[in-house]
Design a protein around this ligand. Sequence first.
Ligand code: GRF
Length: 187
Amino acid sequence: MASGSGTNLQALIDEGVGDLRVVVSDKGSCRALERARAADIPTVVVPYQGDRDRFTTEICDAAESYGAKALVLAGFMRVLGSEAMKRFPDRILNIHPSLLPAFPGVNAVAQALRAGVKVSGVTVHLVDEQIDHGPIVAQRAVPVLPSDNEASLHARIQKEEHDLYPKVVRAMAEGRLSVEDGRVIWT
Ligand code: GRF
């Protein structure tokens, strides 16, 4: 599921992870959809029309109609309602460009720069009903350099994202991720 440039989607495609059934976007036109089409992956557009519950139902229906067993959010800029967690329990992943729980929400990279942290990074987590929140699956730290601006730091973080996300998605597809007491266990 993607709303933007889709470089994480591209990493998943290039690494051949899992079985990418369909790419769902809330945007009628975005680079992620073009990448899906170029890789012969079906696409579905579900515009957000102000009703989160209805939007969530449509997203879940679209994913299930293609046989999806998990949802992988890769730059998907909408919040899903609780129905999604019920229909895909512990089966929704998100990637976020900070070391959560620091800097959730939009502009995470700018938030980190503004705070003056010397280390930031990337987090992959299971999605719950709060924004950029839920059991953490994997993290990678990235140094913040004195010369960094938002673009340079985001580029360094994205390099790690593109390496990390395929590994996590593959682990989920192979049934190697489980949750115990709210923590993710890798086997
Ligand atoms: C990534 O930095 C991801 O962490 C955040 O949105 C960005 C998506 O980038 N959730 P892309 O669309 O995969 O290029």
